[in-house]
Design a protein around this ligand. Structure first.
Ligand code: ASP
Ligand code: MG
Length: 398
């Protein structure tokens, strides 16, 4: 018995049948004597559909209005789920971000939660109500609605779990846990019983689409007990927790991200401050840069090559063309990033060699490499992505 936060993603609440099924999961948890706070995403592809609809009307709509629009999806699922639970004769109330006290900054479309004012939530819990909260939403200091970035309902759930000191935060989704690779693509992918916050954070950041990376960051910071479970089958999921308590594996997973692009700036002057200027310009525009490579060019020049998210390519090229009008700048968006993650690699030699050997045996050429203590990423041709994941996964996980 305790306080449990349960989050249900878009496919889990996609239609009436699914909503009724979720209502059953929630009320079963409640019947066992728990307090339950539920966070829901918008139904199915609702968020994408709303984005499309907005683009038809005004392709350059302000982010504020986009948030006003997109946040409605979550409000639909929250109220519908509350109705379903009420029809089963359980005490329930649905709350939007304003009512639930979810205060965010004003970075529309990608806002961060600053704090949660829990008075109302606690009042409802004291009344023994099941609470359904709209995911993905915040409210800023201007009383405007904000949204927390795609997949942001995960973060809503973890933030609520942290603020309410919940005993457990369960993320219900259409997969039944975290796998060593995408199980739809790699037949031998294995479900992990448990994974550390750090490994999960890397995997989430590198393209495993199970959890929004910010939610994992928060879970780590506030020691939230996190669990990824299936909302379709009643099976054991994956626990995300402190590294010390997780069984060590050399590699926890292979992730891919094919929404990246490589940019090359050729023939920059080889003097101090060049990289500083270039990356500050991009930083000011919120363009996140990932793998960076600097090489010696001809006649005292240098070339700088780096990767950015595909959604930031246009903006990055724009900034660079303006800042370096007479410099050769090129890009390639036919690339993808494949990464291995695992805290275990810190204390094991030969992990990189093994990964590169796997790529070699698949006949795949590596364009760029980057490493950190717990991950190795390579940039390759997009067409080779799935093959690379498969060969690398085979090399490490049996
Ligand atoms: N509905 C939002 C999205 O599709 C938030 C979420 O699903 O977590 O990104
Ligand atoms: Mg969604």
């Amino acid at each position: 018995m305790g306080l449990i936060v349960q989050k249900f993603g878009g496919t889990s609440v996609a239609n009436t049948e699914r909503i009724n099924y979720v209502a059953k999961i929630v009320t079963d948890t409640y019947k066992k004597g728990n307090n339950v706070v539920v966070v829901v995403s918008a139904q199915g592809d609702m968020t994408d559909d709303l984005i499309e609809k907005a683009a038809e009307i005004n392709p350059s709509a302000s982010k504020r209005e986009m948030d006003m629009l997109l946040s409605t999806g979550e409000q639909i699922s929250a109220s519908l789920l509350a109705m379903a639970i009420s029809a089963m004769d359980f005490p329930v109330v649905s709350l939007n971000a304003w009512q639930a006290g979810i205060v965010s900054d004003s970075n529309y479309s990608n806002a961060r939660i600053k704090r949660i004012e829990t008075e109302r939530l606690n009042k409802e819990l004291d009344k023994n109500n099941i609470i359904i909260v709209t995911g993905f939403q915040g409210i800023n200091k201007y009383d405007d609605i904000t949204t927390l970035g795609r997949g942001g309902s995960d973060t809503s759930a973890v933030a609520l779990a942290a603020a309410l000191k919940a005993d457990l935060c369960q993320i219900y989704t259409d997969v039944d846990g975290v796998y060593t690779a995408d199980p739809r693509k790699v037949k031998t992918a294995k479900k992990l019983k448990e994974i550390s916050y750090d490994d999960m954070l890397e995997l989430a950041t590198l393209g495993a689409q199970v959890l929004q990376n910010r939610s994992v960051e928060l879970a780590k910071k506030y020691h939230v007990n996190l669990e990824v479970v299936s909302s379709f089958e009643n099976k054991e999921g994956t626990k995300v927790k402190e590294a010390e308590t997780v069984e060590k594996m050399l590699i926890t997973g292979v992730a891919k991200d094919d929404k990246v692009a490589r940019i090359s700036v050729v023939g920059l002057e080889d003097v101090p401050g060049v990289a500083f200027r270039l990356f500050s310009l991009l930083g000011q525009k919120n363009v996140n840069v990932d793998i960076i490579l600097q090489s010696i060019g001809r006649n005292n020049t240098k070339d700088i090559t780096f990767t950015v998210g595909l959604d930031k390519l246009e903006e990055a090229m724009d900034v660079l063309h303006k800042a370096y009008p007479s410099t050769e700048i090129s890009y390639n968006d036919n690339v993808s990033k494949v990464s291995i993650v695992g805290s275990g690699m810190q204390s094991n030699a030969g992990v990189a060699a093994k990964m590169f050997e796997a790529l070699y045996s698949a006949g795949i050429n590596i364009k760029m490499i980057s490493t950190s203590e717990i991950k190795i990423s390579v940039l390759i041709d997009k067409k080779d992505t799935d093959k690379a994941v498969e060969y690398i996964h085979d090399a490490f996980i049996r």
